[in-house]
Design a protein. Structure first.
Length: 167
């Protein structure tokens, strides 16, 4: 039994129960539906029969909002070969192909094609970074610095004291 057939049989059961006890106020809480929902089902069943009870989409799909097929092909290629996530795919397309696709648009393409989940056996990608020592402004300080002795500064002699300077 498919989901549509299960929904239809449930709705028919609710309608038959409502007709049997002739009290909609008790029928609706018993089945956990609203009265408006009950009357909508009753009207649809009266007008179209069992076909009226099939759950339809709330609105038709708009194909103009979809990602074009050539871009969709690139998204699928990046996912299959490099195992990129949706954000990295959108960044990659914008940077290297000058194609702007949101991460949500990429997710829609991946979900439509059954690739929205990465395989469990893939490892987390590590980003290769090169660390360079940052230069500190000012003169570099060797291990030993020559600093004038403050006790002798009043004298005219030029004497310096060697102190340890940690980096």
């Amino acid at each position: 039994m498919t989901n549509a057939q299960r929904d239809i049989s449930r709705k028919i059961r609710v309608l038959q129960y409502g007709q049997a006890i002739k009290n909609i106020s008790k029928t609706c809480p018993y089945f956990g539906i609203s009265r408006q929902c009950f009357y909508d089902w009753k009207k649809a069943y009266r007008q179209h029969g069992e076909k009226g009870l099939i759950n339809g989409n709330p609105c038709p799909e708009n194909p103009t909002l979809r990602v074009p097929p050539d871009i969709e092909e690139k998204i699928l290629y990046l996912r299959k070969t490099y195992h990129f996530g949706q954000l990295r795919i959108s960044w990659f397309l914008e940077r290297y192909h000058n194609i702007k696709v949101s991460a949500g648009g990429v997710h829609g393409v991946l979900k439509r094609n059954g690739l929205n989940r990465l395989p469990r056996n893939t490892k987390t990608r590590t980003i290769q970074t090169h660390r360079y020592q940052k230069q500190v402004p000012g003169p570099s300080c060797p291990d030993r610095c020559e600093v004038p002795d403050p006790s002798i500064l009043s004298r005219k002699e030029d004497q310096t004291v060697s102190i340890y300077c940690p980096r």
